[in-house]
Structure formats: C-alpha cells, structure tokens
Unconditional design. Structure first.
Length: 135
C-alpha cells in the first residue's frame, strides 16, 4: 500500500511516531522503579496491529494472487499480527497475573513462548513462500 499524506496508513504512521515517544517518556517517569515496559509494549503492539490490519484490508480489496494465502506478504503480516496481538494480551495482563500468583505469571509467559514459536514458524513460512514466488 502507498504511504500518501491523508491516507489511513499515513495517519497511523504519524500517530505512532507522535504518540509512542510521549508514552515512553510518561511510562519512564511513572514506572521508573519497576523497569518494566508493559505499557510501552502494549502501545507498540496496538500500533503495529492497527497498521497490519489496514495493510491486510488494502490487500484484500486489490488482491493480486489466486488466494490471499498464496501471497508471501500475507504470511509475514500474519506473523506480525500473531506476535504483537499476543503481546497485547501478555504484557497487558502480566502485572495482574503476578499479583495473583507466581503460577499465573509463569502461565502467561508460557503463552508468550508459544506465541513466539508461532511467530517464527509463520514468518519462516512467509519467507519460504517468497522464495517460491520470486524465483
């Protein structure tokens, strides 16, 4: 998709570039003792998921392949959605899980490890598809 001024993609990029540093600074001053970037990671994930969803929407309107799953870009964007969508849940709930019990906290991070494996498998499949398409 093109990154034109006034487009949805442009608005997401500019919004992310402006909002993200503000959130980082606010998080640094409010949670400096904890040294955990939960809020920052959740915001980063929301920005990337939003951008990925708009990219998928644009591709689905102008599909160039027989099926969307035959496009390597689909798999790479899907990997981003899997990982950063999972990060919203993991980092958004890890402090709460820690306040409940150590087992709940460990379970959340086990989910994160599973999401990381899915991310790399999906990303590898996307690169494998790209090799087949662009050979």
């Amino acid at each position: 998709p093109e990154l034109r001024v006034g487009s949805v993609h442009w608005g997401l990029v500019v919004g992310g570039v402006v909002l993200f540093p503000i959130i980082v600074v606010l998080d640094a001053f409010t949670h400096s003792q904890k040294l955990r970037d939960d809020l920052v990671t959740v915001c980063e994930s929301i920005i990337l998921v939003s951008y990925s969803v708009t990219i998928l929407y644009t591709w689905m309107k102008n599909i160039e392949y027989e099926t969307i799953t035959s496009a390597p870009q689909f798999w790479i964007v899907s990997a981003i959605l899997i990982y950063f969508g999972g990060n919203i849940f993991v980092f958004g709930s890890s402090n709460y899980a820690y306040s409940i019990s150590r087992d709940a906290f460990d379970f959340i991070w086990t989910i994160h490890a599973t999401i990381v494996v899915l991310f790399y498998l999906t990303l590898a499949f996307g690169f494998w598809k790209a090799r087949k398409v662009y050979q």
